[in-house]
Ligand binder design. Structure first.
Ligand SMILES: [Zn+2]
Ligand SMILES: [Zn+2]
Length: 271
């Protein structure tokens, strides 16, 4: 078990406990154990696939090192330069991959599993279809080789990433001023809650994973003036049956017909 997984488990337990006491949406507290169990169910299936294909990541890093492939091996950046650059560029890649998951219909089939949660909380951060994990791991192998990124840097990125994604999915009542300050650098709950809106125009925004500036830079930054009124999920998959892990597994096979709710646009605040 790598350090990012240990950090993730500890942070999830702490956040889940805090959500029970300082919830942004108290109505979501009813049934949150069952909700969390469903999300952990699909997360464990995805983790199993992730563990199976993890050796590919190690092999990609080893191959790039042996052959001198990638930015860090080809340019004389020094240890710190290389570490900083690969960290930022890997997060840019995460932005691009996430955006592709919304814009490429085949990828959206898998990624919408993450978006069908009508009661987003910290456990939603782990709700991914195993197919998405497989596809992202294969794509990550190419990016690691292109960057010449070390395994240590990947683990460091993932350790910070897991803290940020658990926080921005959480149902924690983060004070507005703190959220505003966090938003200068990282993606806070106010941004990611808009991303989980059932309105398509809002779902297709705020793709950032760690840093918030990619969305500002690429014109996908959105905020809602009334964040507490955002309805999460994808309307027609909000029923309880669609929240079960085995049902979520077959969601990619469902037709891509747009849900009527997803066609409307709401008022937004641009930076
Ligand atoms: Zn998304
Ligand atoms: Zn999310």
């Amino acid at each position: 078990m790598t350090i990012d997984i240990v950090i993730g488990i500890i942070a999830l337990v702490v956040l889940f406990a805090l959500e029970g006491r300082f919830a942004a949406r108290t109505a979501q507290l009813d049934g949150r154990l069952r909700h969390g169990a469903n999300n952990l169910g699909i997360a464990l299936l995805s983790a199993a696939i992730g563990a199976l294909v993890a050796p590919l990541l190690v092999a990609s890093v080893g191959l790039a090192e042996a052959r001198g492939w990638g930015l860090c091996h080809m340019a004389d950046l020094g240890w710190i330069g290389c570490a900083l650059l690969t960290f930022v560029l890997f997060d840019l890649w995460m932005y691009a991959w996430h955006r592709a998951n919304h814009e490429v219909p085949f990828l959206w089939r898998f990624h919408r599993v993450h978006h069908t949660d009508p009661a987003m909380d910290s456990t939603t951060a782990l709700r991914f279809h195993p197919g998405e994990i497989l596809l992202s791991t294969l794509a990550n192998c190419l990016v690691l080789m292109a960057l010449g990124m070390s395994l240590g840097m990947l683990v460091l990125y993932k350790s910070l990433m897991v803290l940020v994604i658990l926080l921005h999915h959480s149902n924690l009542a983060v004070p507005a001023r703190l959220d505003q300050r966090l938003r200068l650098i990282i993606v806070p709950p106010s941004m990611h809650r808009v991303h989980h809106s059932e309105r398509r125009a809002e779902t297709d925004s705020n793709y950032g994973t760690v840093f918030s500036f990619w969305d500002r830079l690429f014109g996908s930054f959105r905020l809602r003036p009334d964040p507490s009124r955002i309805r999460f999920g994808i309307g027609r998959y909000a029923e309880r049956t669609w929240q079960r892990p085995l049902q979520l597994l077959r969601l990619p096979l469902e037709p891509l017909t747009a849900d009527p709710d997803q066609q409307t646009t709401g008022s937004v605040l641009k930076p």
